[in-house]
Each structure stands twice: as structure tokens, then as C-alpha cells.
Design a protein around this ligand. Structure first.
Ligand SMILES: *[C@@H]1O[C@H](CO)[C@@H](O)[C@H](O)[C@H]1NC(C)=O
Ligand SMILES: *[C@@H]1O[C@H](CO)[C@@H](O)[C@H](O)[C@H]1NC(C)=O
Ligand SMILES: *[C@@H]1O[C@H](CO)[C@@H](O)[C@H](O)[C@H]1NC(C)=O
Ligand SMILES: *[C@@H]1O[C@H](CO)[C@@H](O)[C@H](O)[C@H]1NC(C)=O
Ligand SMILES: *[C@@H]1O[C@H](CO)[C@@H](O)[C@H](O)[C@H]1NC(C)=O
Ligand SMILES: *[C@@H]1O[C@H](CO)[C@@H](O)[C@H](O)[C@H]1NC(C)=O
Length: 634
């Protein structure tokens, strides 16, 4: 039997939490962009806390002899000409000066950063206003009391990209101690004293800096703080609004507009629920149109003056699971997807609207309908585009390759998961939360760690399933997979396993995935498979790193996917990777990872056409059979 989300129940599906709404410009709200060239000073690598100790925040950094400029948003790593800047670990300092107009004195001013990797200390006019841990997610601080109007204000940000348990939920930090030997009275050491590597336990470059936009957001003194809107395929919806200061007889007006700009719901309450007749549903590409609605919240004074307005886009859609399938609006959904990266030449992981637009256009050209935000939450602009284009996404925390499970890291992981869900909660395109990529969850101690994450996600959001992406563990030694609502697995037969054995791939993949399925009896998605290839490197018969090899490996893996689909074992597949991307230096990477079906400059390799043919042939799957009807609610 179907478990329908009832309208009364909907109210139970979201725990209100402190929020950070996306920035909006409208008849009340405005902001000043602080993007552009900032003064930039680097500290020596891994050298204590030089700038903070010497109170650099009270200096004018642009007067330093070694000051330069750095564009925001962008990673700084690839913009210099030295390996010291590229590989820098430790503190860098950013500074910008800005005159704040007199006319804006009536506003509350919030300084907002969309992403700083990984640890930031923020100063306004030499006074510390906040610190923030965790990259890839926004944070803001009310700086009204620190600002001066009509004259220059100085914004200083100290950024530390040191990878540690304190800055990112991670597995391994590769510190290396210089080991010394006393040889005939001489102390000899293999490494310089204090030497260390800090490349992270992940297969992508550790890009750092102010990676996304910075804004000075101007809000009225009473303002709309948070909006939660949950809407399902039956037309039921529930919403809740948090107002910063709901006194002085302020009134809230809530309206829902359809895509013709017609009001379909109206209320004077900060929260409520309703039922929309004939709601047009949000569908992923290939299943229907990604219909969107707008919830408009207006804050009015007692005499009817508009105090604040916020318009939140949302969609009516339900994600649910059977034992074998993921359903969207109760219809089987099969993911034709990608692992990706926010990565491009020069700007690194910095937000780049040009690259974002090209990537999503290429994803559509490929016949894709989904992707996973490997391996961190992606830019807010991109989340809005996913809604508009009908691209389903699994949003992932930045926890890659977890190996140890200390409490401090668990707490940081929980905080980042919470912030991530809070940021992306109203996006219909978000179909699931991924807690981690390829954790080494063979030890019992990993179980409590992951249980706390599942409980956190379920505690805030019961409308979306929770998953973890498994790599190093197997069906018979993983200690956490049964805690997940559905299971994602990365497998590289023909590459990391059995290189060169094309004819073994089908059976190996089939066998491996079938065992996961039989063990856990939950929906299964293959979230990574693939091979490296260098554009223009051609070999017939195929050899590893040739375009032919990548294309054939993908094709062979698809034979297994076809068999697994027929056996009701998998509910989706994602290639690794959409495009080539930069990594740290290792013997297995030649100027980065080349598993892209596109090059780093987004040109198609042979494999792109192989994948495109498959995705387009499977794209219109509106009549996929429903294999079983026993539904799971999380
Ligand atoms: C840049 O200048 C400051 C101030 O003189 C100095 O402390 C710091 O070490 C310099 N940075 C580098 C990378 O040498
Ligand atoms: C920042 O970087 C320095 C190395 O330059 C390190 O000693 C310090 O612990 C780091 N602080 C944080 C909070 O990561
Ligand atoms: C190294 O060994 C010599 C004896 O061979 C000893 O005199 C000296 O103190 C040692 N140095 C250190 C730093 O341990
Ligand atoms: C909401 O309040 C306004 C005045 O603030 C009033 O004119 C309107 O009728 C109310 N609407 C509802 C649905 O109660
Ligand atoms: C792939 O393997 C499965 C499982 O062994 C088998 O049923 C299927 O026929 C194979 N496909 C091809 C094309 O050989
Ligand atoms: C999918 O179906 C639509 C409508 O029937 C059609 O216009 C489109 O060409 C189909 N796309 C593919 C890739 O088959």
C-alpha cells in the first residue's frame, strides 16, 4: 500500500532550524556585492598564526610590500606563478575597502560569504565579527554595529586552508614528521624539520580562498529569517516562516503564486497548510515538466506598510522508496547521472557562472537527469538552476574517505550536514542527502558515528531519503549500510580492479551489486564507475588511458547495468566523471584526474558519445514498471 504524505503529517516533516536564506534583491531587500579584486597577503606556509599574533587585521594590508590582489570569487591557487602559492597550506589574508552610502543607514547590514575554504576569521574595521569553520557553505554575520556610513569601511578576512579534524570531516591528513638518526655524532634527517604534506585524503585539488560571492546584505530591522515549504505530489503543502522580531503589531501575509502568476493560496499566518487542487508537479527531465511555484511572504506594519518581502521558489513533488526503486511522485525514477566537480582552469573551485552554464547545458545534451554534488555542496546559483531545469540531485557533505571517527569530527560533520540541509531544504530538485563518500566503515565504531548523522538528517527532514556512498567496503564487512534509506556504491571493474579484462566487467559488476542488494534489500545506485582517458590518445585494440579503453569499459559496465535493471537491483547509474579535474600530485594522475567524458575545457571525448547514446535511449522513461509497492518512509 502507498503511504501518502497527509497534509496534517506534513507539519511534522521539518524541524525549524536557524537558517540562511539565499540572497534576494526586491522592492525592500538589497545588497552590495563585495566581489571583485581584494588585497591579498600570504603568510609563510604552515607558520604558526603570524598575522593574528601581529594583529594584521588592524593594519592596512595593501601597504604590505608583498601585498597583491586576488579576485573574489575564485580559488587563489592557480592564479600565481609559484608553487608556493599553488600548494600553500596555512593562512592567507584578504582585505577590501568600501564606502557605505548614507542612504542605507536605516538597514541592518549582514556580511555574507557563500563559501570560504575552510576556516575564516572575519574583521570589520579591525574588529573581529565572526569565525566560521567548514567550506562550501554560506555564513553571515550582522555587522551593523561595526559599520560607518559615508566613509570607507575595511573588511578583512583571514582564511586558513589547513586540513584537520577541526576544519573538515575528513579521513587522513598526511602529516609527516621528520625522522632523524644520530650517525657518528651527526643528526641526519630525511625531511626538513616540520615537513608535512596536507593534500587531504581525497582525489581532487585542495582549492582554497574565498570561493563564492561576498555580499553586504541590507535588511529591514524586522525581517524574514527563514522559510520552510514542504509540498508533495498530492498538492498538500505546509509552510513555516521565522520572523526576526515579530512585535509592534507586524502582520504576515503569505501567498502562493502559480507559473501564470495567479494567487492560488492566501493566508495571514506565519505558518499553515493547505491543499492545492490540480497542483502541477515538479518532475525531473524526461518524466515531465519541472513546474515551480512561488511562496511570497510579506511582512506588514500595523498601518499596512510593507516592511519585508521574500519570494521562495518551490515545487510539489514526493520522493519515496520501495525495496528496489526510487520513486518521484510515485513513479519509478531511474537516475542517468554524473559525478562532477566544481573545477575549471585558473578559477579552480571558485564559482564561475560561465562554467556552471556550460556544464548544465552539456548535462542536458547528454540526456542526463541527475547528478551527485561530489564531494561537497555546490553553489546556491546551481541549486536554483537544478530546480528550473528539472535535474535531480543528491547533495553531499564534504566528508571524503573518512577513516577515523573521533567525536570532534562527528560534531563538525553534524554541523555541516545541518547547515547543508538548511541551505537546500526548499529545492524540489534535491532528492536525497549523501552523508559521506567512500568512508572506511569496516570498524564497529563507525556505526555510532553514522547513526548520529542519519538521525540528524531524519530529525530535520523526513521528506528526503539519506544515503552514503560506499567504496572501500563490501556487502559483508560494512558496518553502516543498513542504517541508510538507500545505498550507493562506487565500483571500478576494468580499472582499479582487473585492468585490461574488458570481458570480465559485466559479470563482476553484476555479481558485486547483486550481493549488496541481497544483503540489504534496499534500493541501490551505482554512483561511480569509469576509466581515465587522454583526449586524442588512440589505441586499437584499446589500451588503458586511450579514448577507446574508456569508451569500451563504459559500454561493458552498461551490459551489467542492463542485467541489473532487469533483475530490479539498481535504480540508477552515474558515471565518474563528467569532466577531467585537477588533483594533487601522485603517480596515478597526469596533471589531474582524466576520468571525465569531457576534458577539463569541456570538449567531448569518445566516451561522451557512448554515454550519450545510452542516456538518450533511456531518457523518456515515463512508463518504467513499478516493481513492488511496499513503500518505505523515512
Ligand atoms: C608578507 O609580508 C609580511 C609582512 O612583512 C610577512 O610577515 C610575511 O611573512 C610575508 N609573506 C611571505 C609569504 O613571505
Ligand atoms: C591555521 O594554520 C596554521 C598553520 O599556518 C595552523 O598552525 C593552525 O592550527 C591553523 N588553524 C586552524 C584553525 O586551522
Ligand atoms: C649523537 O651521538 C653522539 C655519540 O655518538 C653523542 O655524543 C651525541 O650527544 C648524540 N647527539 C644527539 C643529539 O643525540
Ligand atoms: C490579512 O490581513 C489584511 C490586513 O492586514 C486584511 O486586509 C486581509 O483581509 C487579511 N487576509 C486574510 C486572508 O485574513
Ligand atoms: C551480463 O551478465 C549477466 C549476469 O551474468 C548476464 O545475465 C547477461 O546476459 C550478461 N550480458 C551480456 C551482454 O553478456
Ligand atoms: C522524449 O519524448 C519527447 C516527447 O515524446 C520527444 O519530443 C523527445 O524527442 C524524446 N527524447 C528522446 C531523447 O527520445
Amino acid at each position: 500500500m502507498f503511504l501518502i504524505f497527509g497534509s496534517i503529517l506534513l507539519a511534522l516533516y521539518f524541524e525549524p532550524i536557524l537558517s540562511i536564506l539565499a540572497v534576494q534583491k526586491n522592492e525592500i531587500r538589497t545588497y552590495e556585492s563585495l566581489d571583485g579584486l581584494w588585497t591579498f597577503v600570504r603568510e609563510p606556509t604552515n607558520y604558526g598564526d603570524l598575522g593574528i599574533t601581529n594583529e594584521w587585521y588592524s593594519n592596512d594590508l595593501s601597504k604590505f610590500d608583498n601585498a597583491t590582489v586576488m579576485p573574489v570569487p575564485s580559488a587563489y591557487n592557480d592564479l600565481g606563478t609559484s608553487s608556493e602559492l599553488r600548494d600553500h597550506i596555512g593562512w592567507v589574508w584578504y582585505e577590501k575597502k568600501e564606502i557605505i552610502p548614507f542612504r542605507d543607514q536605516q538597514f541592518r547590514h549582514f556580511l555574507r560569504f557563500a563559501s570560504v575554504n575552510y576556516f575564516a576569521v572575519v574583521y570589520v574595521n579591525s574588529q573581529k565579527v565572526t569565525t566560521h569553520v567548514g567550506g562550501h557553505l554560506p555564513f553571515e554575520v550582522d555587522v551593523s554595529q561595526y559599520l560607518k556610513f559615508g566613509i570607507e569601511n575595511k573588511f578583512t578576512v583571514a582564511v586558513n586552508n589547513t586540513l584537520s579534524w577541526a576544519t573538515i570531516p575528513q579521513g587522513d591528513f598526511n602529516y609527516q614528521k621528520a625522522s632523524s638518526r644520530n650517525i657518528s655524532g651527526r643528526m641526519l634527517s630525511r625531511l626538513p624539520s616540520g615537513a608535512f604534506k596536507d593534500v587531504g585524503n581525497f582525489d581532487f585539488f585542495n582549492y582554497a580562498g574565498i570561493l563564492r560571492s561576498v555580499q553586504l546584505v541590507k535588511l529591514p530591522s524586522s525581517y524574514i529569517e527563514n522559510i520552510i515549504i514542504v509540498a508533495d505530489h498530492t498538492g498538500s503543502f505546509y509552510y513555516e516562516t521565522a520572523i526576526s522580531d515579530l512585535n509592534n503589531g507586524l502582520v504576515v501575509e503569505s501567498k502562493i503564486f502559480d507559473d501564470n502568476n495567479l494567487v492560488v493560496f492566501k493566508s495571514n499566518s506565519t505558518k499553515g497548510e493547505g491543499q492545492l487542487e490540480n497542483a502541477k508537479l515538479w518532475w525531473p527531465r524526461g518524466m515531465g515538466k519541472p513546474n515551480l511555484y512561488i511562496l511570497e511572504i510579506t511582512l506588514l506594519s500595523s498601518d499596512g506598510q510593507v516592511v519585508d518581502v521574500y519570494r521562495e521558489t518551490f515545487g510539489f513533488r514526493t520522493v519515496s522508496l520501495t525495496e528496489s526503486q526510487m520513486l518521484i511522485n510515485q513513479k519509478p525514477f531511474y537516475c542517468l547521472g554524473f559525478g562532477m566537480h566544481e573545477d575549471f582552469e585558473l578559477s579552480g573551485r571558485g564559482f564561475n557562472q560561465v562554467v556552471m552554464t556550460k556544464d548544465l547545458n552539456l548535462l542536458e545534451w547528454m540526456g542526463g537527469n541527475c547528478y551527485r554534488t561530489t564531494h561537497y555542496p555546490y553553489a546556491e546559483e546551481r541549486m536554483a538552476e537544478n530546480d528550473r531545469r528539472g535535474i535531480a540531485v543528491i547533495v553531499e557533505t564534504p566528508a571524503v574517505g573518512l577513516k577515523g571517527f573521533p567525536k570532534a569530527n562527528n560534531n563538525l560533520h553534524i554541523k555541516m550536514l545541518t547547515d547543508m540541509i538548511d541551505r537546500d531544504k526548499n529545492h524540489p530538485s534535491v532528492i536525497a542527502w549523501s552523508l559521506a563518500n567512500e568512508p572506511v566503515t569496516k570498524k564497529k565504531e563507525s556505526r555510532n558515528y553514522f547513526r548520529s548523522l542519519v538521525e540528524t538528517a531524519h530529525g530535520i527532514d523526513r521528506t528526503r531519503p539519506v544515503t552514503t556512498v560506499y567504496g572501500p567496503t563490501n556487502f559483508d564487512d560494512d558496518q553502516t549500510a543498513d542504517l541508510m534509506d538507500f545505498i550507493c556504491v562506487n565500483r571500478y571493474y576494468g580499472w582499479y580492479i582487473d585492468m585490461g579484462q574488458m570481458e570480465w566487467i559485466n559479470q563482476s559488476v553484476y555479481w558485486d551489486l547483486s550481493l549488496w542488494k541481497e544483503t540489504f534489500k534496499k534500493p541501490l545506485m551505482v554512483t561511480e564507475y569509469g576509466a581515465d582517458s587522454i583526449l586524442g590518445l588512440n589505441q586499437e585494440p584499446s589500451v588503458d588511458f586511450s579514448e577507446q579503453y574508456q569508451s569500451e569499459l563504459i559500454h561493458q559496465t552498461h551490459l551489467a547495468f542492463d542485467a541489473l535493471r532487469k533483475d530490479h537491483t539498481i535504480t540508477g547509474e552515474m558515471i565518474w566523471n563528467f569532466a577531467d579535474f585537477m588533483t594533487g600530485m601522485t603517480t596515478t594522475r597526469a596533471v589531474g584526474n582524466h576520468k571525465g567524458v569531457f576534458t577539463r575545457t569541456r570538449q567531448a571525448k569518445m566516451a561522451a558519445y557512448t554515454l550519450r547514446n545510452r542516456y538518450l535511449s533511456l531518457f523518456n522513461q515515463t512508463d518504467l514498471p513499478l516493481w513492488d509497492t511496499k513503500k518505505q518512509l523515512y
